[in-house]
Design a protein around this ligand. Structure first.
Ligand SMILES: [Zn+2]
Length: 238
């Protein structure tokens, strides 16, 4: 298995690692440790580079399976045992961390106002969308939701990462509303992201340490997706 540095240190942007397995057909290597997030929970995978001395291998895709984290490269695959240095496309990753954190903050604001669960979400760097089961949406509330969200971001709330046993997580109703039940049954430890005082949910992605790092957002659109579902789209202002 790969030591997933991004799980405990989202700000690590480089790592020294060793190739532990290769797949020459697909052009990918499994590393013993990595800062590259393989994607999931609506957050896209990282991209960046692997350096072997002065040779730069572009990482074009990252995936995870039961063996660990695979780094897909667009050049010749180095052999097992090769030492290398990984480097994220940090500007993109940091914007994804800010966007992801804003999504959790929006879940918290919507939950507090309407007590409705999020049903789906997706993001690219700087833009997010979240779907809520929200039949009684009043379009006049849109500026209020945006202002409330921006005020929570400006409050510089701490964002904390913790881990809990699966059995404990399954019993926590506040996590169940955020769909712990969708986590794979084999998962023994659940990672929890807590925007202290606003939102707490099981999540594998990368986030900033304080909502202050997000800046402000614009709630671009709220559209009906039928049967009471609403799709909220927002963009980061900077
Ligand atoms: Zn998330």
């Amino acid at each position: 298995m790969t030591d997933t540095i991004y799980s405990t240190d989202a700000y690590a942007r480089t790592m020294d690692a060793v190739v532990v397995a290769t797949d020459r057909d697909d052009g990918r290597v499994l590393l013993d440790r990595t800062v590259f997030y393989p994607g999931g929970g609506g957050q896209p995978n990282d991209v960046g580079a692997l350096w072997i001395g002065d040779d730069r291998l572009a990482v074009v895709r990252v995936t995870a399976d039961s063996n660990g984290v695979w780094h897909w490269i667009d050049s010749a695959v180095p052999g097992t045992g090769t030492s290398l240095r990984g480097e994220l496309d940090w500007d993109r990753r940091y914007d994804l961390m800010r966007t992801h954190t804003a999504m959790h903050a929006m879940c918290g604001v919507i939950w507090r106002r309407y007590q409705v669960p999020v049903t789906g979400g997706n993001m690219v760097a700087g833009e997010g969308r979240l779907d809520f089961e929200l039949p009684n949406w009043n379009p006049d509330d849109k500026p209020d939701v945006e202002a409330e969200l921006n005020s929570e971001l400006a409050a510089r709330l701490d964002v904390e990462v913790s881990f809990m046993p699966r059995a404990e997580a399954d019993k926590d109703p506040s996590l169940i509303r955020t769909k712990v039940s969708l986590l794979p049954p084999s998962l023994e430890t659940v990672r929890v992201i807590d925007i202290v005082g606003l939102d707490r949910q099981a999540d594998g992605g990368t986030h900033v340490d304080s909502t202050g790092e997000v800046g402000t957002i614009t709630l671009a659109t709220v559209k009906s997706k039928g049967r009471g579902f609403r799709r909220f789209r927002f963009t980061l202002d900077g």
